[in-house]
Ligand binder design. Structure first.
Ligand code: NAP
Length: 261
């Protein structure tokens, strides 16, 4: 029987590319995001092209009650083989100047949603000896001045995933922290860091399809941590070799708004 995956943030960017990648491999899909029209279009296209079944659910994952309704809906769909916690966003600027409610929504989506969905859907995943993949980031390997909350949320995702990968090994459930670096998507526009060196011509911005394929391959290989692209791997590795004062100053230099426009 075909396997089934739940993907959050599947309407755009890396999540949409992962939906296409799983579909190509014959997986049935449960897709979640706020944009109903985009999800409906994607469902129609993928069902026709790959003869799979695609369930869609409109949900603002920062809303606790909507999130709980989503989990009940997933449980009513029967067996679940994989959970991909992908939805997330960032914000750029000096922490003192950023609106608090947006920073808190970021924590709610990037952190609380990952914890909540993982906890609520874990019994289903244990039954299938399945997979969890959490989309972290290379941001998770160091502190990030001018994107302080975002980097900290991704450090949480990375460490949470690695810890669970040890805890859940006995249940046969693998947990993969997938860490993209700068990738083409709506992310930079939403985060307001499209003018930083990270997304400038000075850096190599990866294709979302390449990142998505790597993510799915890594999840199926049951890797605990996977970093997209050798440049990003090198970056994450050198963080370990350099003094922390240097690493945080460099990250601040890279993220500083207006510096590269
Ligand atoms: N792009 C990069 O450079 C990069 C690098 C490292 C890590 N990442 C991580 O990769 C993941 C995917 O990001 P992306 O680059 O693909 O960004 P994106 O193009 O902005 O896509 C974000 C997705 O999340 C959904 N989403 C946002 N807020 C939501 C909410 N409150 N409830 C439900 N869904 C929500 C969006 O759909 P709707 O708007 O329809 O809700 C969209 O499908 C994120 O976790 C991000 O932190 C990205």
């Amino acid at each position: 029987m075909a396997k089934k995956v739940l993907i959050t943030g599947a309407s755009k960017g890396i999540g949409e590319s992962m939906a296409r990648e799983f579909a190509r491999r014959g997986w049935n899909l449960l897709l979640v995001a706020r944009s109903t029209d985009i999800l409906e279009k994607l469902k129609k296209e993928l069902e026709q092209q790959y003869s799979i079944s695609v369930g869609i659910q409109t949900c603002d994952l920062t809303d606790v009650s909507e999130r709980n309704i989503l989990c009940e809906w997933v449980k009513n769909q029967g067996a679940l083989d994989a959970l991909v916690n992908n939805a997330g966003f960032g914000s750029t600027g000096a922490f003192k100047d950023l609106p608090l409610d947006r920073e808190l929504r970021q924590v709610e989506l990037n952190v609380a949603t990952v914890v909540s969905l993982t906890h609520q859907l874990l019994p289903l995943l244990c039954e299938q000896r399945g997979y969890i993949m959490n989309i972290a980031s290379t941001a998770g390997f160091q502190p990030g001045p001018y994107m302080a909350v975002y980097y900290a949320t991704k450090a949480f995702v990375l460490h949470f995933s690695e810890a669970l990968s040890v805890e859940l090994a006995a249940q046969g459930v693998s947990v993969t922290a997938h860490c993209p670096g700068a990738t083409e998507s709506e992310f930079a526009k939403v985060a307001g860091n499209d003018k930083t060196v990270l997304f400038s011509k000075m850096n190599h911005v990866m294709s979302r399809d390449v990142v998505a394929k790597h993510a799915v391959d890594s999840m199926l290989a049951r890797k605990a941590v996977a970093i997209s692209g050798w440049r990003n791997w090198l970056l994450a590795f050198t963080v370990r070799l350099n003094p922390r004062w240097m690493v945080r100053q460099l990250a601040g230099w890279i993220n500083q708004p207006g510096k590269w426009s």
